[in-house]
Design a protein around this ligand. Structure first.
Ligand code: HEC
Length: 278
């Protein structure tokens, strides 16, 4: 729609409007980042990878002491064992992702053949299935453990979500994730953007809402409230439940496109998962 409007905008409304109407993902990302830089001028850009702790000094100290004896350590160990465990056919996840699985920076990835977003968790399960094994259940447990191990070995890789320009479906997936982010839903009628953008840093019930810039970096997390690990999509489901919206299917197009958008917005930050959260 914006593309159709463009010549009219240039003709009638002048340059500034036409500049906005041609905005693509890269312009979106820059504006997104700028929004948070302006809103939280005391937060160094790289620190947005730390979610709420990037803007809430009172909680940060406690979190830092938790990170000294990280509650996700056991998950990394379990993940390491699962990662190297042999499938019935003698292979293992290492045959798909290399010795240490340090591939976090490649995900979420656009799969041109199937025209869909592939998250790292989906890729783990597809590797298992390609080798004749049952997929893990999504959100928590083994999938989160393996993801924790791979993310740990990938720490420091830079988020670099790619939207290939030679496949219009990739742009559509991005646009649908973006639309999801800004669309109000649920009985409470909130968009992601309401809580994590326009009111980021404000209190919602017992929690302050974190900036969405950086939301893709720290997964999976050990959350005190869960008392266990969970993936990013588990968290998305939780946020939908908190606004009494019907959650979507794990790894379905809605959550994966949303993850694609969130990840693209975090491009340039470093992956620092797994992490601890309240
Ligand atoms: C009613 C407010 C609200 C809405 C709407 C909402 N969330 Fe949240 N979200 C929260 C709160 C509160 C937390 C926990 C504190 C925090 O880390 O932000 C949270 C946490 C998160 C986290 C974890 C951040 C971290 O570093 O651990 C992510 C990611 C997230 N939300 C994404 C989303 C997305 C995407 C949507 C839209 C589908 C959404 N949220 C909708 C309130 C909301």
């Amino acid at each position: 729609m914006t593309k159709i409007m463009r010549p009219i905008a240039i003709g009638l409304l002048g340059l500034s409007v036409s500049a906005a109407s041609v905005a693509g993902p890269e312009e979106d990302r820059k504006a997104f980042r700028k929004f948070y830089e302006n809103r939280f001028p005391d937060t160094p850009v790289a620190d947005f990878q730390n979610g709420i702790y990037s803007i809430l000094p009172e909680a940060r100290e406690q979190w830092e002491s938790i990170e000294e004896f990280p509650p996700y350590e056991l998950a990394i160990e379990e993940g390491e064992t699962l990662y190297h465990a042999k499938f019935a056919n003698g292979k293992s996840l290492a045959d798909c992702f290399g010795d240490d699985g340090a591939v976090r920076g490649e995900y979420p990835k656009w799969d041109k053949e199937r025209g869909m977003v592939v998250t790292m968790e989906r890729a783990i399960n597809e590797c298992r299935e390609a080798n004749g094994e049952e997929p893990y259940r999504y959100y928590k447990g083994k999938i989160a453990a393996v993801s924790a191990y791979m993310s740990w070995n990938s720490r420091g890789q830079v988020v670099n979500t790619v939207i290939p320009s030679d496949d219009p479906r990739a742009m559509e997936a991005y646009e649908s994730g973006k639309e999801h982010f800004y669309t109000k839903r649920g009985q409470l009628n909130f968009a992601c953007a309401d809580c994590h953008m326009y009111s980021s840093g404000m209190w919602f019930r017992a929690d302050m809402t974190s900036p969405a810039f950086g939301h893709a970096t720290s997964w999976p997390v050990f959350r005190s409230k869960w008392q266990e690990m969970g993936t990013l999509q588990r968290r998305l489901k939780g946020c939908h439940e908190s606004i009494r919206a019907e959650p979507f299917k794990a790894q379905g197009p809605e959550y994966s496109n949303l993850e694609y958008f969130i990840s693209y917005m975090s491009n340039g930050l470093e992956f620092n998962g797994p992490s601890a959260r309240k």
